[in-house]
Design a protein around this ligand. Structure first.
Ligand SMILES: Nc1ncnc2c1ncn2[C@@H]1O[C@H](COP(=O)(O)OP(=O)(O)OP(=O)(O)O)[C@@H](O)[C@H]1O
Length: 218
């Protein structure tokens, strides 16, 4: 699984994290500016630590002492952000299949039809993103991330732009992904009900330091 032992600083902000993540869904909560997105960006390879190591299943992703740095596209990570960042000019079908262009056939472990059915995207395939609700757009973003056949899924407040009704609609889809895809996930959220509904362990981050949270609904 994912092992992180790193130090990262940017201006006055310092992130110091040493943690072995469990398989399953790990919730990460903490106040604004505490370092949640920075931690995900470091794991994804979008930021580089000044010092430390990240390994996944024993493979080096970063090791500053050894000069090892695996670029983001070679880490096979699925990323979902608050705003799904779909290509506005492409249909849902084309957005989903865009992911596959860059993935060598030998690395494809997820069948597009299986993801489309899991997330109930079939009726939406010909629409463009501006013809979707916010919740539907996030389902497509999740589908696109899954089609990359990721070995790790990072979700950074994926529901925070949605109102309560849309959140309630999309939570069951995230639970399906959790229960059927058997992918380790890190799930950043401010919302205790999302954390409680989805995660198998919860970590709290404060001032760039990570610690087990007292309770999932705290
Ligand atoms: N691009 C940037 N340049 C400089 N400093 C940044 C940048 N992005 C974030 N920071 C700073 O890094 C620190 C950690 O930010 P980060 O976005 O990781 O926090 P967060 O916990 O994800 O916050 P939020 O919940 O508001 O998204 C903060 O002090 C923030 O001001």
């Amino acid at each position: 699984m994912l092992d992180v032992d790193l130090h990262f600083s940017r201006g006055d902000f310092q992130l110091q994290v040493q943690h072995r993540f469990d398989p399953g869904v790990t919730g990460i909560c903490g106040p604004s500016g505490s370092g949640k997105s920075s931690l995900l960006a470091l794991i994804a390879g979008l930021l580089v630590p000044q010092q430390g190591r990240i390994t996944f299943d024993g493979r080096c992703w970063v090791d500053t002492a050894r000069g090892c740095f695996l670029p983001p596209h070679q880490r096979r990570i699925g990323l979902v952000f608050q705003d799904g960042q779909l290509f506005p000019h492409l249909s849902v079908h084309a957005n989903l299949h865009y992911a596959l262009r860059w993935l060598p056939a030998a690395q494809r472990r997820v069948a597009p039809d299986a993801v489309i059915d899991l997330l109930e995207l079939r009726p939406l395939l010909q629409r463009r993103p501006d013809q979707l609700s916010g919740g539907e757009r996030q389902r497509v973003a999740l589908g696109r991330a899954l089609l990359m056949s990721p070995q790790l899924l990072l979700l950074d407040e994926p529901l925070s732009a949605l109102d309560a009704r849309l959140k309630a609609q999309i939570l069951p889809f995230l639970q399906r992904v959790r229960d059927q895809m058997h992918l380790p996930m890190l799930y950043v959220s401010h919302a205790p009900q999302e954390i409680a509904a989805l995660t198998t362990q919860v970590l709290a981050i404060a001032d760039g330091r990570l610690a087990p949270a007292i309770a999932a609904d705290a």
